[in-house]
Each structure stands twice: as structure tokens, then as C-alpha cells.
Design a protein around this ligand. Structure first.
Ligand code: COA
Ligand code: AMP
Length: 285
């Protein structure tokens, strides 16, 4: 099996200026620290699926709402090991009409998941910040301490995918619900991998895309909980936080999240739209 990863970016103002200077002096090596990330995606494929997957990723990279890239990097890497086979988390949408209601729901979900109020505060403060990390922050569930090795970069979950059979099963379950199934499928794959890491207690995500205002909370106990109106339209604030158990081996967790290949091969239910209290009732049954 192969892991294909795509990332698309464009030069920021500083890099453009550097390039001009370098052309003038004819020196080698461009600065990359002001590249603006536009989009990224990945999957796990058999050899025969590689050409079609490359075409799809290229088309996606060229047609993102965040703008046109001037660089697209496609990586095709043989997996050194058989991917772990996982069932995706069950999905639900909570009825939520405003960011303030969303904040209350997140607080309730975190509390029900045994996350301390100081850890919740660390996470909520982080998700409000202007400068988002390039990956997820790791926050200890009891102390609220941040433990990701690089606090500006965060941890980027990778080496993940879904079989075409499981992808079409998910599409069928969510059909006709007026929801962005491609986006949910990709976030669900990531959240399922994260929740399969024994050291992770829960995850919160708010997209930094100004057009996308549905965030999610995810955990093994409550599944993947979509939260509409988690932020105001037009805001580019967002981010991801993974809550780790306080006795977690952080290095092992990071290695699992970044490098261990996982493939979603089975899917769980879509519970539809319900109130937070109905969701709690459902999982207490
Ligand atoms: N935001 C900002 N910069 C990013 C980025 C992101 N989300 N992803 C990659 N980059 C940039 C960074 O500059 C990064 O350097 P860094 O490691 O110092 O941060 C550089 O690109 C290289 O990233 P890397 O992860 O090594 O590239 P890759 O080609 O191996 O993989 C992705 C790129 C985007 C496919 C992978 O990181 C990823 O996020 N995979 C999961 C995608 C997915 O399913 N997302 C669903 C989310 S809803
Ligand atoms: P997105 O849903 O793509 O808008 O991403 C929301 C936030 O999640 C970003 O601002 C990053 O902080 C973080 N992020 C993006 N990609 C990953 C990843 N592969 N793993 C963990 N966090 C990520």
C-alpha cells in the first residue's frame, strides 16, 4: 500500500521579495518561512489507484476556495507496514445556533469527558488566537499543561486513509442531509485515528477556513460530534487541540499520530441532528 500526500501553498509577500533579491544577486536557495499554506489532503492507496488519486489531488489543489497555489507538492510513499484497520467514529450533529452556545456545549462535553476546567480554558484560549498552529496542540487533561514538542508547529496527524468501500458507505449514510460530506469524511478519518490513540482523551477542532463554521468535538465515548456555528463566518481563527492523559508517553503518542498508518475500513452510524442532552442520553444507554 502507498500513502499519497498533497500540499498546496503560495508565496507570501516576504518570500516574493526574497526571490527578487536572490534573482538579482544570482544566489541559490529560497526562504520558505513565509509560504502560505492553502490546502492539504492525503490517503492510502493500492498501486493501481495511484494515477487516479494523483489526478484528483492535483485538481483539488488547483481549485481551493483559499486561492490559487504557486506550488503543489505530491508525495507518493510506500508504507513500511500494513495499516491498522479501524472503524470510523459514529457521527452526530448537535443543534447549535451561535458561537456562545457552541462554547457552552464544548465546555459540557469536556467536563463529561473528565477534562479539567483549566485544561478546557487552555484549549479555548488557544482556539481564539489569531495565529493558528500548523498542527494540533497537545494539552494535558488534568493539569492543562501544553506538551507538544514545538508550540508553533503543533503535531500533524498523517498516514491515514479510507477504503473506497467505507467511503461510499459513509456517503450513503450522510446523503440528503445538506452537509459537506467530503470535508466530514476527511475530518472523520483524522478524528478516528486520533481517538484510536490510547493516550488521547478527546479532541476539539475549529477550521481556520473563514467559510467553514462547523467545528467538532471527538472522543471514543461520544464519537464525532459536529457543532454548527462554532465561530462567526469570515473569521480565520481556528485550530485543533488533542487532550492527553496526564501520564501519557508524549513521544509515543506523537509517533503514533504522525507515522503509524491507519486505514478506515468500516463505518459506524450517523445519528442525525439532536440536542446535546439527547446525545448524552444516547451514550448513557
Ligand atoms: N498548515 C500550515 N502549514 C502546513 C500545513 C498546515 N495544515 N501542512 C503542511 N504545512 C507546511 C508546513 O510548512 C510544513 O512544515 P513544518 O513541518 O515545519 O510545519 C510543510 O508544509 C511540510 O509539511 P509535511 O506535513 O511534512 O508535508 P507532507 O507533504 O508530508 O504532508 C499534509 C502534508 C498536509 C498532507 C499532512 O501534513 C496532513 O495534514 N495530512 C492530513 C490531511 C487531512 O486529512 N486533513 C483533514 C483535515 S480536516
Ligand atoms: P482545517 O480543519 O484544515 O481548517 O484545520 C484546522 C486546524 O487544524 C489548523 O489550523 C491546524 O492548526 C490543524 N491541523 C491541520 N492539519 C492538521 C493535521 N494533519 N493534524 C493535526 N492538526 C492539523
Amino acid at each position: 500500500m502507498w500513502n499519497i500526500r498533497m500540499r498546496a501553498s503560495k508565496k507570501g509577500k516576504r518570500q516574493k521579495a526574497e526571490d527578487t533579491k536572490q534573482d538579482f544577486h544570482n544566489t541559490a536557495g529560497a526562504q520558505t518561512d513565509s509560504e502560505i499554506h492553502i490546502s492539504g489532503a492525503e490517503g492510502i492507496y493500492s498501486e493501481s489507484e495511484i494515477p487516479a488519486a494523483l489526478l484528483n489531488y492535483t485538481k483539488r489543489a488547483l481549485a481551493h476556495t483559499r486561492g490559487r497555489p504557486d506550488k503543489i507538492v505530491l508525495t507518493i510513499e510506500a508504507l513500511g507496514q500494513k495499516p491498522l484497520s479501524l472503524r470510523s467514529l459514529p457521527v452526530a450533529t448537535v443543534k447549535c445556533i451561535s458561537p456562545s452556545e457552541a462554547k457552552q456545549y464544548i465546555t459540557d462535553l469536556l467536563q463529561e469527558s473528565g477534562i479539567s476546567s483549566s485544561a478546557a480554558k487552555t484549549a479555548l484560549d488557544l482556539l481564539k488566537r489569531k495565529n493558528t498552529l500548523r498542527g494540533a496542540a497537545l494539552v494535558l487533561a488534568a493539569s492543562g499543561k501544553r506538551v507538544e514538542p514545538d508550540a508553533l508547529r503543533g503535531v500533524r496527524v498523517s498516514r491515514l486513509g479510507i477504503t473506497s468501500h467505507a467511503a461510499s458507505a459513509l456517503l450513503k449514510k450522510m446523503a440528503g442531509r445538506r452537509i459537506d460530506t467530503q470535508r466530514i469524511t476527511e475530518a472523520l478519518i483524522l478524528a478516528t485515528k486520533v481517538s484510536s490513540c490510547k493516550q488521547v482523551a478527546a479532541e476539539i477542532c475549529i477550521s481556520d477556513n473563514p467559510d467553514y463554521t462547523t467545528g467538532y468535538f471527538a472522543s471514543r465515548r461520544f464519537g464525532y460530534v459536529r457543532i454548527p456555528h462554532i465561530k462567526r463566518a469570515g473569521s480565520s481563527r481556528g485550530g485543533r487541540v488533542f487532550f492527553l492523559k496526564d501520564d501519557a508517553d508524549v513521544g509515543a503518542a506523537v509517533h503514533y499520530l504522525e507515522k503509524t498508518p491507519v486505514l478506515i475500513s468500516k463505518t459506524d452510524k450517523y445519528l442525525g441532528e439532536l440536542s446535546l442532552y439527547e446525545l448524552f442520553d444516547h451514550y448513557h444507554k
